[in-house]
Structures are given as C-alpha cells and as structure tokens.
Design a protein around this ligand. Sequence first.
Ligand SMILES: Nc1nc2c(c(=O)[nH]1)N[C@H]1C(S)=C(S)[C@@H](COP(=O)(O)OP(=O)(O)OC[C@H]3O[C@@H](n4cnc5c(=O)[nH]c(N)nc54)[C@H](O)[C@@H]3O)O[C@H]1N2
Ligand SMILES: Nc1nc2c(c(=O)[nH]1)N[C@H]1C(S)=C(S)[C@@H](COP(=O)(O)OP(=O)(O)OC[C@H]3O[C@@H](n4cnc5c(=O)[nH]c(N)nc54)[C@H](O)[C@@H]3O)O[C@H]1N2
Ligand SMILES: [Mo]
Length: 689
Amino acid sequence: MTVTGTDAASAGIEARQFPTNKGGLCQKGWTAAEVLRVPGRLTTPLVRVDGELVPTTWDAALDAVATTLRRVRAEHGADAVGIFGAGGLTNEKSYMLGKFARVALGTSNIDYNGRFCMSSAAAAGNKSFGLDRGLPFPLADIGSARAVLVLGGNVAETMPPFVQHLRTAADAGGLVVADPRRTATVDRALSAGGVHLQLSPGTDLALALGLVHLAVVEGYADRDYIDSRTEGFDEFWTAAAQWWPERTERVTGVPVARLRETVRLLAQSRDAGTGAYVLTARGAEQHASGTDTVSAVIGLSLVLGLCGRHGTGYGCITGQGNGQGGREHGQKADQLPGYRKITDPAARDHISALWGIEESALPGAGLSAYELLDALGTPGGPRALMVHGSNIAVSAPRAGHVVDRLASLEMLVVTDFVLSETAAMADVVLPTLQWAEEEGTMTSLEGRILRRRRAVDVPEGARGELDILADLAVRLGQPADRFPREARTVFEELRRASRGGIADYSGVTYERLDAGEALHWPVPSETHGGTPRLFLDRFETPTGRARFVTVDQVGPTEPADADFPLLATTGRVLTHYQSGAQTRRVPSLSEAAGPMFVQVHPDTAGRAGLEDGEDADVVSRRGTVVARVRCDASMRLDTVFLPFHFADAARANLVTNPALDPTSRMPEFKVCAVRIAAHRVGATEGETA
Ligand SMILES: Nc1nc2c(c(=O)[nH]1)N[C@H]1C(S)=C(S)[C@@H](COP(=O)(O)OP(=O)(O)OC[C@H]3O[C@@H](n4cnc5c(=O)[nH]c(N)nc54)[C@H](O)[C@@H]3O)O[C@H]1N2
Ligand SMILES: Nc1nc2c(c(=O)[nH]1)N[C@H]1C(S)=C(S)[C@@H](COP(=O)(O)OP(=O)(O)OC[C@H]3O[C@@H](n4cnc5c(=O)[nH]c(N)nc54)[C@H](O)[C@@H]3O)O[C@H]1N2
Ligand SMILES: [Mo]
C-alpha cells in the first residue's frame, strides 16, 4: 500500500497494485491510517516511580535500563537477561535484536512471538524439504488453480486480499476448507459447491492421514513422483494405512463422502493440469502435535506429487507483517542470521567473525518463547526482560501465569508506541516508531523482500528501535560502529551475515528493491534474479529428495471430560488485530467488533442454561474468561470459539493450554477443555488445577 500525506494526522492509505493483494486491502488495512493516529500514542519515555509510570528523559530512561542490565548480569550471569522479539519487526530490527542479545548482552535467552505463529509449519518444512519458506512458489500461482485445500485458515477474515487468489478454485467448486467452524472462508467455498470438512479441533493429523489412505487406495497416488523425488514413503504408509475412511470419520467427525470428494478434487485438477494446492494456517498448526500435523499434510501433498512442480504445491500461510523475514535473521533462540542453526560450527565461525567476537563468546541455544516466559523470575531464570513488538500479557498462552511471571521480574522494559497491557506492567517504557515512520525491509510469505519507506514524519520524542538498541549497546560498553543506526547500513551487514546461508540475501540491495525487482530468496549474488519457485530440480535435503516423515494422530493434550466437557478453540475476527493493542484503541474497529464473545451452538448454550447475548464464564483448568454468548447453529455441539483480541478478564488466553509441541515448542492455542456457565460476578481468575 501507499501512504499519502506527510504525517500521522493527515495520512490516508491508498491500495497499490501489487501481486499479493491484487489492489485489494483488508478492512484493517483501510483503517491503518486510523491506527497511525491511534489515541494514546507514546512519545515520552516512562519509568516507574513509587508504583506509577512517570515521564522522563531518554538519557535517564536508557541509563536506568543499562545500569540494571549490568547489575543483573554481574550478579546472575548473562542468561539472566531475556529478550522477546516479534515477527512484526523489520528484517533490519530482527537482525539487530539478535545481535544485541548475543553480542551486547551475551545472553542465549532471546525468542519471539513467531514461535506462537508459524514455528510448527517451519519445523515440518525443514524436516521434509530441508528448507522452510512459507510458500515455495509465488502467491499468484495459486490464483489459477481449480482445487485448493486450506486446513485451519480463515483467510476471508485474516487475509482478505488473499481470497482473490482463491477465486478460481472457489468458482470451480474446488475450494475445500477444514475448520471446526463454518467461517466466512467456508461460506465462500460452499457458495459454488466446494467442501467444508468440519472436523473436531485437534484432529487434522488424522484427517490428513485419512486423505492419504484414500488417495492411495483409490489410485490417485503419483507413483512415479514418489519413486523419483521422495524418500520414506513405505514407512509413512504403515501409519497412513491404519486410517481407513470409517476410522477417520469416527475420529475427525468428517463424513467419508467429503473425504473422498476432497482427494478426488485435488487429484482430478492435478491430472487436468488446472492446478492443485494444499495450504495450512494456524488452525492446523497451533497444537502440541502441530509439527507432526504439518508433516502429515506435507505427506499428503507428496503422495499426490504436488511439491516442487509448476502449478501445484504445499505452503503455509504466514501471519504477521514480517512473519517470514522475522524468522530468518536470528531473533529465534536456536538460530543465527541467514536461517542458520546456532549449533552449527560453520555458522558460528561465519557469524562470530562478522561480528568481531570469539566463537566461544557466542552463546548457544536459549529457551523457546513460552519456556522463557515460564522461567521469568524463577531460580536460574531471567530476572530482566526486554520486549520488542509483542503484547504477551494478552497473547501468550496461560496468560494469567505469564502475568505473574512478568510481575516477578527485577526489571521489565517494553519498547512500544502504545501503552499495551504488557507496557502498562513495565518498569521502563521506551516509545518507538510505527511502520510508516521507518525505513527497512520485510519479507513476504512467498520469500519476496520488500522495501518499506518512511512515509510520514516521525513524532517528536519517539525513537526508532535501531537507535534505541545502539544507545543501549554503547552504554553496555560496545563500540558504536557495531550497532549501526541506519536501516540501509544494517541491511548491508545482514547481506554479509546471510551469505551462503539458507535464506541468502547477499545479492539483494536497496537499489535493486527500489528499482522494483521482484527478489525471492535465495539471492546469492547481485546478478542473480532470485528464486521465486523452489525445489523444481531438487529439494534441499542431502539426497535432493523430499522426505516423508512418519507420524500418527495424537489428539488434544487435554481432551474433554466430565468436568470440562467442551473443547475451546481460539482465533481471530476481521476487525481486530492480534492482542488488540492497536485496534482496540480505534473506535470504529472496536465498535464493529463488539465485546468479547464465545461462539457456541444454541443447544450447547441451552444445556448450560445460557441464552444468546448473556455473559458467560468460560472455565478451564487454568482460568476463566468472561465472554458474551453468541449462539450459532452452524457450530459443532462439542466446540466453542474464543477470539483472543481482548484484554483483562476477557482474555481468551486465561484459559488456553501451554502444552508445547516437542519439536517447534508451539503452544496448544487451538484446543483446551472448558465448561461454560452463567457469569458470576467476582468469579476468580485463579487456576483450578
Ligand atoms: N483480522 C485479522 N487478521 C489477521 C490477524 C488478526 O489478528 N486479525 N493476525 C495475523 C496473524 S499473526 C496470523 S498468524 C494470521 C492467522 O490466520 P488464520 O490461521 O486464518 O487465523 P485463526 O483465526 O487463528 O485460525 C484460523 C481458523 O482455524 C480454525 N481452527 C481452530 N481449531 C482448529 C483445528 O483444530 N483444526 C483446523 N483445521 N482449524 C481449526 C478456527 O476456527 C479459525 O477459523 O492472521 C493474520 N491476519
Ligand atoms: N489464544 C490465542 N493466542 C494467540 C494466537 C491464537 O491464535 N490464539 N495467535 C498467536 C499468534 S499467531 C501471534 S502472531 C501472536 C500475536 O500477538 P502479539 O505478539 O501480542 O502481537 P500484537 O498484538 O501485534 O502486539 C504487538 C505489540 O507491539 C507493538 N508494535 C508493533 N510494531 C512494533 C515495532 O515495530 N516495534 C515495537 N517495539 N513494537 C511494535 C504494538 O503496538 C503491540 O503493542 O499471538 C499469539 N497468541
Ligand atoms: Mo501470527
């Protein structure tokens, strides 16, 4: 998009013709100008004095932070300081945050909210393809396909511009959506004869294996492709063979006829040369078995012969503005820039030489996002935390516990441009810039690097994050030239850091981007045109073959039982963004969304003595969220839905289960056991384990 006007007060937003959004904008995009003028914009640093946050100068705030960071490190070691970053940060900021943690603080404890977002799909992509890029093909490729299977994505509300790329499939009756709810995306599919797989939450893995089973027994498997381009099929099949259609129906709740229709649609469109894609989003991924679930979905795509070919494929629909780039430059606990492993000796040598430190001074892998939050203030855990771009008091799982951990810190420093619920708990708040006020780059879900230019004036008082990190690094004794302040200078360093890595940006320059070149990584040299389509010749595994990963259904960590008879799932609505820190402040969006709600079948509500429009307590073993009953006869009887955009007693994450995926460390945001009852005033938020 293009921003018109010169400052936040006069800014307007115009849609720019661009292949990923085809000139369309989502509703929150239309109102992004309002978000730029968000009430309560912070422009003065704040420090806590006698329990209150009071304005102070930048020097005083930064001195206070640096003094405490030095003391905490001296008393408890470098790992006693933690950093929590975000997939909304530019590539330059993600890179500098990782360098600041490892070099200026020497801590291993840096992780970010992308762990809560795409980590399961990333882990599964790495296992099967040897490389993780959300879409290994340009998004526009999907636009011509007549069959698309979407598992756990409600793109009509979460990525409205994307829906245009599904039009061909939807109009052909070839759009299939797996979702426990009948969403706006499902309605689009059904409007022209597509398919809704209304599965029970947490059963996508069984669903995918059931589809594999049908594909094989009904003769849709691509045997030549399996023989020539993959490995591990025989073992994978031993698991999938157990998922005959009736068993799959019993576990998922999806009728056999719809399973059969799904594989037929994908295979027939593939055979007709009219395209077939399989996509996952958070609904299928945010589970304690999320990585295995995506491995099963990739297995389905491989059985059908879709990956590494023109016109067909598997991809993950990313989330935040820089969800892809945010996971490539080293703000992840186990990672160095260029999508390198922090345990890889060659990567450590390359990065430590570039950063001018001894390899032995480079920390190892730290704690993953939820584990980091869970360890705050505990013996051996971090005692100070810096947060950049996330509102964890609202968005982290088991949020009541996370707030307790945050409160136990010696120092919480939040860099933000609004006083989010997390910033309101901080000891020091550093006011920063928002997207239209900064230079930098972002990387789209298709691995394309995009320039972001400063479009409006910087409000007086707020400072860019690169400046904040540089100011702190110098106070911590670092040479100033190690922490450049200009995005372009940081990008030049990021290019060198990524050279030879998986996400190789070394051939990307601001000049090439400004000239409008469409550069998809890897771009290994300035004469290289980028890689819009990966895997056409070989996968990035040692053998060049895609790997089937043998997995089996696990199911929700916390099944429904007599005390907590319903399954709660969580997600998004069109008019709010994430923790709501920005959108709850915009009156038009807040009014359109209304108050926190629980979407429930009228019979399920009735059984709990509840009617539409009443306030309910939704109770899990971890806490209670207060929500307005919204009856919807299209809901499954066993499932309720909670949006996670609201604060205080209306936080969905008071009830969510922080059970973690063993590989990706993704929490199980998408299913936990609950009961619902009429709201009792003064009902506790405490855990009821
Ligand atoms: N309006 C809006 N748009 C957004 C965002 C926002 O907050 N608001 N956030 C952005 C970000 S960071 C992200 S990650 C994306 C997320 O985009 P999506 O993944 O599309 O969003 P969600 O609503 O989290 O989940 C999608 C669907 O998964 C379904 N679901 C729940 N449990 C299951 C399950 O077990 N299996 C299956 N198959 N489906 C299930 C839910 O009912 C929901 O409709 O959206 C981005 N866009
Ligand atoms: N129950 C449940 N919980 C979820 C999810 C779910 O589906 N269900 N989804 C998860 C997912 S996918 C995600 S991505 C997270 C998102 O949740 P969060 O990580 O909390 O993301 P936001 O709400 O976008 O918070 C971003 C904060 O950073 C600020 N900010 C924005 N840009 C910048 C910047 O450039 N620099 C700095 N310093 N600050 C900035 C904003 O003002 C805001 O306060 O929530 C996760 N939590
Ligand atoms: Mo996300």
